[in-house]
Design a binder for this molecule. Sequence first.
Ligand SMILES: [Zn+2]
Length: 332
Amino acid sequence: MFCLFALPVFSQRGPTAVARSGEGAHALLRRNGLPDTRHFQQFLTLNQGRLTAKGGLIAGRTYRLPARGKASQAAATPARHPAGSSAAALHAPVFGSKYSRVRVLDRSMRGAVYYLSPGHGGPDPGAVGKYGPHRLAEDEYAYDVTLRLARRLMEHGATVYMLVQDPNDGIRDEQFLKIDRDEVTYPRQRIPLNQLARLRQRITQANKLHARHKGAYQRLLALHVDSRSQGQKIDVFFYHHANSTAGARTARNIHRVFTNRYARSQPNRPYSGNVLPRSSLYEVRNSHAPAVFMELGNIHNTRDQPRFLLPDNRQALANWIYEGLRADYKGR
Ligand SMILES: [Zn+2]
């Protein structure tokens, strides 16, 4: 089924304002005592999918407002809110009913903007592996890890755009993820089958958003589960543009976390993943935000498969990527 729901990656309960005729975001924010660039960034985040293609407002429409200075100061301290409090909780239907409520634990990633691009999707399942009677589609596993990463980032105040969204598959705690074709490109564009058209569609979208967040720290991450010959076990690989120092640094920061974590969890097996320039990759080459393209393993390899099949492992991958991104943002 192809759905035409608007799927903002998250929304937040809180103050709202109705746009007046001819009013832009800056004017609306000023009128509501929210004049800073920071407010503007937050406004864009809160109203994803609700602005016009050029970032304009629609008169008469209700928009969510960022919290005022005082409130956001309070939220900026790593507060432990009592259960049931929604003071620092986001509502993100894209994560599915079980995970849609996202508690903001701290704002350490505030100001960072991420474009998350899970590989393939829509009519293209990507590589398809086999596990007993089950078929494992790359796009479903990449999507699940990417959602988990998005949620982590949001827990720490980052702005996150899921460039691919599935209207009815949130984060899934199953081993075998059903293969479907109803994913859409943000905000709700049908995904073409042609590879170039598919990549162009999401990068065009990401670059449009990139212009809106001008001046902010922005990164694009593409997550794949590669397909190699069956016998080949591969560790996680990171690619960046040869000319992008920022992309290379982000890749190395994530790689460093993986190297440390592997050393701890599997001391007898050296980690052989690597960071390499690969400027020929479409997303790496055309993204305005510095990009990192990751291959999480070989979907055909029986020893790699548990890395994606077990939901806890998918969460661990997301956590490690998050840790690398956090280190990168802190060291910017
Ligand atoms: Zn792929």
